[in-house]
Structure formats: C-alpha cells, structure tokens
Design a protein around this ligand. Sequence first.
Ligand code: PGA
Length: 241
Amino acid sequence: MDLIIVDDYEALSRAGADWLVEAIQVKPDANIVVATGETPMGVYRELAERRSRGLIDTSRLHVFELDAYLGLPPDDRRSLFGWARRSFIEPLGIPEANIVRLASDAPTAVEACRVYDAAVRRAGGFDISILGLGPNGHLGFNEPPSLPDASTRIVDLTPESIKSNARYWVGEEVVPRQALTCGMDLLLSARRTLLVVSGVHKHEVLHRVIEGPQTPDVPASYLQSASDVTVLADRAAWQGL
Ligand code: PGA
C-alpha cells in the first residue's frame, strides 16, 4: 500500500484529483468504479474543475456503479446512483452509453447482480477503483463480515451503516435495510485503487485497515493484498498511525 498523508480535506481533494488525473492520462478509456459518500466529493469537484479548465478529458471513461439501496428507483434523490450522477457522471461529461448500472430497481435483484458481474468481467475488470472507508471497515456495501471472494450480491446493512447513513435520510428508521454491492472479488482485483479517508472518526478503522490482520470483520483490510493501492488520508484520520 502507498500512503499519502495530507493536512486537511482541501489538500486531500487536490491530491486525490492529482492521482486521478495521472491514472486517467495513462488510460483515458479506463473502467472506473466510483464511490459516493461524503469523502470523495471534494476529489470529484476538483477533478471537474480541472476538466472545465481543459486539463483532462474524462469523456472516454467507463463508469461502474459501486453500490445501491435495494428497491430505490434511480431517480430518487437519495439513490446512490443519483448521487454518482450529480457528483461524477454529469460534471465529468460521461456519455450515457459508458455507464454500467447495478440495477437495484430491477424486478430480480439477484439477476441484476449476475448481469453486473458479467458486464464488469466482459469489460476486462476495473482499471481504477475509487473507494471510501466505512466506519465499520466496509468497502462499497461489503459489510463485515465479508470474505475477499464475496461476489456482487444483496447484503443486509449493519446497524453501524444504517446509523451512519441516517444523515442522508430523515431518520434512521427510514434508511433501507438492504443494498446491492459490487463484490469484494471485483474490487480487490482492480488494477489501481484509491482509498480516501478523512476525519478523526475514521482513525481507528484506518488503523485496522493498514496495520491489523486481514479479516472479514474489516473488509477493507484485504486491500493490504491487492495490487497498487493508494491510501489517501488527512491528518485527522491519520493521527500518527
Ligand atoms: P463517507 O462514507 O465517505 O460518507 O464517510 C464512506 C463509506 O461509508 O463507505
């Protein structure tokens, strides 16, 4: 794992955009799986800003959805796909034809997982994976416990994720209890991964991801064995690890 430690969230957003610009320049038509969540938003804003200044062409990227609440239509403002669309797909001018959905509104979500897996494999896997870190160590919605060979599937959200996601809903009781997630197997075989981590509340879990044993109880700890992983953290999350 490569580690980049920066002073604060602004610096994290710039450093994340630097990393992405370089990765996209190497492969302008990269297959990229993108996290939502608060942490990468600054990175996406900074990347869009650079695109608007003509510094990078993102129009050839192929974007893959990372995770989705089960049963929520994509036009619902709270859907993670809607969030990815507003923060990444539209500001970066990604053509509709280059988007692979994890269709949580499909009549059979199990089939949607199979179709998604097949689409990722047909495309040759992920070139770039941008991930946030759940307070419970999840990657996407690969909730603990998740084994490294776990495939794309329907998952029950842990109480910790329901609590942490309640801020995007009007209350904890209305947060969906189930989600679809891109599998651990696909994420761990991405050619390059950027894990963005910000804030003091992530310190303890970051410590377990980097220094702890690789365990299903901290799914992100398996990134220790993945190739070309960069952990980008601010000082609040790092705190002299
Ligand atoms: P956050 O979410 O970036 O909003 O902290 C991360 C996650 O839960 O994966």
